[in-house]
Design a protein around this ligand. Structure first.
Ligand SMILES: [Zn+2]
Length: 408
């Protein structure tokens, strides 16, 4: 592996694990970890992983660094991945492929709906494929927000705008659903972005490609040049798994292994995989959703879910609320794409260790916690923060930029 690739991976590892700057040198990274990550971010994971193997490896490496630091220094602190040190996170997203279908289509697929929805749909009293309010209602009453990705060629954004504006004002995100061709053509992407801007008056922060089309040689570069904050297109379509081996966000590499500004939020599961590709029944589908949540929880990762806007009422409209209920019952940070991206960016404020003391080189975000371990006989001292002893170990709450943690 080249030294540029190694330096890139080093940055990614420090950010992902929340390590203090320079505590681990890039030459100290195990070669197999460097190889695994370098090939994953180039889209060359040797085989599609059924588990997030990059995070498994990273977590294993964290244990080694911790053991080594405790032996050498008698203490070790690192940033928690999620706000309030919640054990894992979920990112809720909806692609908006269609907002209406003909009566004929409704009749042909009538078994998907409840009797009530079907009658109201056929009478034209309820739109079965335009579910923004229904989605926001289900999410909002559980305190959640999500992202909708809008196509610019399939329906009129201008007509949709009046119903989307109140949602936007209340924290829901509207990003770009990249139309055909945008994943490998700068021109097509420019067209789509301009249409989006003209119709909505703002630039999209997030993007997801229609059909998850993606070219590792081109797509991130194209998105980067339009200033997207994040992409969430890289995921499996036809099967359940982790094609990148990642569930957590990362900054993709340029051709010469610099870190891009754009953040990739890997997609973990989409509804159409369950029904369209795997042909599952409702309960089997729910079971697989829970299984995937569990895999992500085990590594402290990010469960990014795509549930198509138009499909919310299908299967009687039961499944999406059940998934939300499941997440609400777990200790989980739930947010939209832009919510996750801004947390990840603000968390990347450098943690600096000098001698026995940790501090931040910048402003730590509210909700940031440090994990802390120390040997018997050591004494931690915290300024502008609080030490909390919890079931999951010592957590240090960070109150401001004046924060100091020292262990004597
Ligand atoms: Zn789509």
């Amino acid at each position: 592996m080249t030294s540029a690739a190694r330096a890139y991976v080093h940055g990614l590892v420090e950010e992902n694990l929340g390590l203090a700057k320079g505590v681990i040198g890039s030459e100290e990274l195990p070669a197999d970890l460097v190889d695994l990550i370098a090939s994953a971010v180039r889209g060359k994971t040797p085989r599609e992983a059924s588990s997030p193997q990059v995070e498994q490896k990273l977590n294993h490496f964290l244990l080694e660094v911790k053991r080594y630091s405790l032996e050498r220094d008698g203490f070790f602190a690192w940033k928690a991945r999620w706000p309030e040190a919640r054990p894992f996170a979920a990112c809720l997203t909806h692609d908006v492929d269609n907002i209406e279908h003909t009566r004929r289509h409704i009749l042909a697929t009538r078994r998907r709906f409840t009797a009530r929805d079907l009658i109201l749909g056929l009478l034209g009293l309820r739109s079965l494929y335009r579910n923004f309010g229904l989605v926001a209602g289900e999410e909002g009453r559980r305190g959640f927000r999500s992202s909708f990705f809008l196509l610019t060629s399939n329906y009129s954004l201008g007509d949709l705008l009046p119903s989307l504006t109140p949602l936007k004002e209340n924290g829901w995100e509207f990003g770009l659903h990249g139309d055909f061709g945008t994943h490998d053509s700068l021109e097509k992407m420019r067209e789509a972005v301009e249409k989006f801007q003209n119709a909505t008056g703002s630039s999209p922060a997030g993007v997801r490609e229609h059909y998850l089309r993606f070219d590792f040689e081109k797509t991130w570069q194209i998105m980067e040049s339009f200033g997207f904050v994040y992409d969430t297109s890289v995921g499996a379509r036809e099967s359940l798994g982790f094609p990148l081996g990642f569930s957590t966000p990362f900054h993709p590499p340029t051709h010469d292994w610099s870190s891009m500004k754009i953040l990739e939020i890997p997609l973990v599961l989409m509804d159409t995989t369950l029904w369209g590709y795997l042909k599952l029944q409702e309960e089997e589908g729910m079971h697989d959703v829970e299984r995937m949540i569990e895999k992500v929880r085990e590594v402290g990762g990010l469960f990014t879910l795509l549930w198509h806007q138009e499909a919310i009422r299908m299967r009687g409209g039961r499944l999406y609320p059940r998934i939300l209920e499941k997440l609400a019952s777990m200790e989980c940070f739930v947010s939209s794409g832009v919510g996750v991206a801004s947390w990840w960016e603000s968390r990347s404020v450098p943690l600096v260790r000098e001698g026995h003391e940790y501090r931040f080189a910048g402003n730590p975000p509210p909700g940031l916690r440090l994990h802390l371990e120390y040997s018997q006989g050591r004494k931690p001292r915290v300024d502008a923060g609080d030490l909390e002893v919890t079931q999951r170990g010592n957590l240090v709450k960070v109150n401001s930029g004046e924060f100091r943690l020292s262990v004597e």
